[in-house]
Design a binder for this molecule. Structure first.
Ligand SMILES: NC(=O)c1ccc[n+]([C@@H]2O[C@H](COP(=O)([O-])OP(=O)(O)OC[C@H]3O[C@@H](n4cnc5c(N)ncnc54)[C@H](OP(=O)(O)O)[C@@H]3O)[C@@H](O)[C@H]2O)c1
Length: 257
C-alpha cells in the first residue's frame, strides 16, 4: 500500500542513472515527492521533466555523497522546501576493478567513501532530522548487492565486495540502534544480482555491448532497474509492524552466485 507515502518525501541517492533513476521515477509515479540526488544535475533535470504530470514529482538536487557539506546542505534545503524527508534510499554506488593485493588506494578510497561512508552520513542525518521533527515513522533502504553476501571467485571487484559486506553490518547495526531508541523507523537492505545499468561501463570504461557481454557470462539475462524499483515499492508497502530486513533479488539465469 503506497497510499501511506503519498505526498511524503523520499530521497534517492544516485538518481541520475540505472537503479536509482528508476526507483525515483516509480516513487514519483506513486505520488511521492522525490529528491533525486547525484553529481550530474543535467541528468537529474531530465528525469524531473520525464515525470511531469505524475501525482508526485522528482526534484533535482546536486549532491556528491563523498562531500559531507553537500549532504548537510541538501538536508537543509529539504527542510526549508518540504519540511523534511520520510524515506531515504541509499543507492549511490560504484564498482572499481581494484583487487586487494594490487588495486590503487584511490580506487579503494572512492568505493569506501561512496558505498559505505556516504550511506552512513546520509542515514545519520536522515534519522537525526526525523527525531528533530518528533517523527517516529520513516524508512531507510540500503541498495546492497549479491556481492555483499559472497566474495565472487575470479573477480577483480573484491574491494567492492568489502564495501557491500560492510553495508550488511551497517543495516543490522542501525536496526539495533533504532530498537534502543524504541523507534518505528524501519530499515531494509535489498541485494540485487546483476542489473543492466551503467555500472559495468563505468567500472571497466567500456561500451554498452562489452558491458553486457561481461554480465552475460554470469547471468545470461540479467535484471532491469524496473525489477529493483518494484521490490522497493513492495518493501515500502509493508504495514508498520513489518520489518522486511533483507531481500536478495537475482536473475533466474544466474550461473555463478
Ligand atoms: N547494476 C548491478 O548489477 C548492481 C547489482 C547489485 C547492486 N548494485 C548497486 O546498485 C546501486 C546503483 O548502481 P547502478 O547499477 O544503478 O549503477 P549506475 O547506473 O552506474 O548508477 C550509479 C549512480 O550512483 C551515482 N553516484 C556515483 N557516485 C556518486 C557520488 N559521489 N555522489 C552521488 N551520487 C553518485 C551516479 O550518479 P552521478 O554519476 O551523476 O553522480 C549514478 O546515478 C549501487 O549501489 C550498486 O552497487 C548494482
Amino acid at each position: 500500500m503506497m497510499e501511506q507515502w503519498k505526498r511524503k518525501v523520499a530521497i534517492v541517492t544516485g538518481a541520475s542513472s540505472g537503479i536509482g533513476r528508476e526507483v525515483a521515477k516509480q516513487l514519483a509515479l506513486n505520488g511521492m515527492i522525490v529528491i533525486g540526488c547525484a553529481r550530474n544535475q543535467g541528468r537529474l533535470e531530465e528525469l524531473s521533466q520525464e515525470v511531469t504530470g505524475a501525482s508526485g514529482k522528482v526534484v533535482a538536487m546536486k549532491c556528491d555523497v563523498r562531500k559531507e557539506e553537500d549532504i548537510l546542505s541538501m538536508f537543509d534545503n529539504i527542510k526549508t522546501q518540504f519540511g523534511g524527508a520520510d524515506v531515504c534510499i541509499n543507492n549511490a554506488g560504484l564498482m572499481r576493478p581494484s583487487p586487494l593485493l594490487s588495486g590503487s588506494t584511490e580506487e579503494w578510497r572512492e568505493q569506501l567513501e561512496i558505498n559505505v561512508l556516504g550511506a552512513c552520513v546520509m542515514t545519520r542525518e536522515f534519522v537525526t532530522r526525523l527525531k528533530e521533527r518528533h517523527c517516529d515513522t520513516g524508512h531507510i533502504i540500503m541498495i546492497n548487492s549479491i556481492f555483499g553476501h559472497m566474495v565472487p571467485v575470479g573477480s577483480t571487484a573484491h574491494m567492492y565486495s568489502v564495501t557491500k559486506f560492510a553495508l550488511k553490518a551497517i543495516t543490522e547495526g542501525i536496526r539495533q540502534e533504532l530498537r534502543v531508541m524504541d523507534s518505528g523507523i524501519k530499515i531494509t537492505e535489498i541485494s540485487p544480482g546483476h542489473v543492466y545499468t551503467e555500472i559495468a561501463e563505468r567500472a571497466f570504461k567500456c561500451d554498452k555491448d562489452t558491458a553486457k557481454a561481461i554480465f552475460d557470462q554470469i547471468a545470461p539475462e540479467a535484471l532491469y532497474p524496473e525489477d529493483i524499483a518494484s521490490t522497493v515499492l513492495h518493501v515500502l508497502s509493508s504495514p508498520p509492524r513489518v520489518q522486511v530486513h533483507e531481500m536478495k533479488v537475482i536473475p533466474v539465469t544466474a550461473i555463478r552466485y
